[in-house]
Ligand binder design. Sequence first.
Ligand code: SF4
Length: 204
Amino acid sequence: MYIGVIEDIGGETMAKPALNINALNTKVTRLLRQAEAEAVTFGRRAGIACPGDCGKCCVTVEIEASPLSLLPLAIDALRSGKAEALLEKTAIAPRAPCLFYTPSSPFHCTVYATRPLVCRLFGFAGRRDKRGLPEFRACRHMDRTPRPGPAPPLFSTWHIRLEGLYPPLAEPMPLRSALRRVLLWLLLLDTLHGCHPPGGRHAA
Ligand code: SF4
């Protein structure tokens, strides 16, 4: 899926590929998996884990995510013809719990494979303290104290890496708003350019 820019060069109209959505989706997906792998490694080294059957981070506050970190989820929805229905759900005012939370599914998340960056790092990543040093505070629902030593992945580092892939969609906001933005972006491009991911709803 290429988004073309029409340029008038010397009286000749030319379509110039500007953005390959599928390539962007591949890069975002790879980055999300790398971030998750780093968080899992940190958790193992620090000897921490979420309590079984917890899911409290999905119900207590509405999390913030960037539209870009929801691109794989939105493209999945577009491919399966569920984008418009999902868009309607995002029209409800932002509030907890997350619209993908369900107590009955594995890890309490109906979009676990395509969940955004923050969900892959939460509980297993840190921030920089006032001196710029990595600082980790375990989630208050974890029942084990982290072993000292291993440096946590940093939210800011992974956010910057993600932002570098496509800055216009990188601003963090409540998850519903971020999802709404990326879905509208994809649907608009689909309408304007007829470009959609392979295997999408219009595929032959
Ligand atoms: S997307 Fe999934 S993991 Fe993330 S807050 Fe929502 S239910 Fe939880």
